[in-house]
Design a protein around this ligand. Structure first.
Ligand code: ATP
Ligand code: MG
Length: 252
């Protein structure tokens, strides 16, 4: 665990998870992400990265272990309190999941739903001036104000993922969780999205954990790398002390 950043926004202790009582996917995972830190989670297909991210949010229930998310222990929380803690987390996935027939701006507005409810943020016309302005500022942060009124299904893959990032920012998150945010993009768009993402997170003082199969993305856009293998953390180190060869060895 790093001591340059503090305190931790995510602490995971002894996390275990198996699906339907079969072989354990996670068998005692321990790690922490400090406030303001960007962590890349790597590991082979099926290593359990997506499962771990979901367990960290209690989107799926771990079998055992503890998760402290944004300073709150998740075990034993009511559904309502769990939702309140999760509202501090912005999610970005491989597939951007934008609503295709709605404009870029309206899709960004949807990021406000956890705090405003459906009515005021679902349609642009119903949103308050303040919310619309905030959504435009989020679009500005990802360099896409010029496509605000375009339908989401008319945008390129890279633009769509930047809109998904703007939507996550609209949530005013403390922590960003991104599962393979660049995996569906070509190499140039993927680099652009990861670079933008990483800079925004740093500039806004947010915390980020992202998964990737691109080891240069992990090295370039994170502060620290955590590798999963065989259901446990097999490597946890600062990017400045790691190289591609060491990372590749985690897959052999
Ligand atoms: N809902 C589910 N039900 C049963 N098994 C599942 C389920 N989700 C994942 N698994 C299994 O759990 C293991 C870990 O899957 P997971 O998707 O977490 O890995 P991953 O590291 O994210 O892989 P990838 O790099 O391919 O995204 C795999 O063996 C997968 O088949
Ligand atoms: Mg996955």
């Amino acid at each position: 665990m790093s001591n340059q950043f503090s305190p931790a926004d995510l602490v995971v202790r002894g996390l275990t998870k198996s699906y339907n009582g079969h072989t354990a996917v996670l068998s005692g995972v321990n790690f922490a992400v400090a406030a303001g830190e960007r962590v890349a989670l790597i590991g082979a297909n099926g290593a359990g990265k997506s499962t771990l991210l979901r367990c960290c949010m209690h989107l799926i229930q771990p079998d055992s272990g503890e998760v402290d998310l944004c300073g709150t222990r998740l075990e034993g929380l009511s559904a309502q309190k769990l939702r309140a803690v999760r509202s501090q987390v912005g999610f970005v996935f491989q597939k951007h999941n934008l609503v295709p027939r709605l404009s870029a701006l309206t899709n960004v507005l949807h990021g406000a739903i956890p705090r405003t409810g459906f009515g005021r943020a679902w349609f642009q016309g119903l949103a308050s001036e303040a919310l619309r302005l905030e959504a435009m500022l989020c679009l500005e942060r990802v360099g896409l104000t010029h496509v605000a009124l375009q339908r989401a299904d008319k945008l390129s893959g890279g633009q769509s993922q930047r809109i998904a990032i703007a939507r996550a920012l609209m949530q005013r998150p403390r922590l960003i969780v991104a599962d393979e945010p660049a995996a569906s993009l070509d190499p140039v768009a993927g680099d652009e999205v990861m670079s933008l993402f990483s800079q925004l997170v740093r500039a806004e003082g947010l915390t980020m954990i992202f998964t990737s199969h691109d080891l240069t993305h992990a090295l370039n856009y994170a502060d620290r790398i955590v590798a999963l293998r065989g259901g446990v953390v097999v490597l946890d180190g600062r990017c400045s002390e790691l190289d591609l060869k060491t990372l590749r060895a985690q897959y052999e």
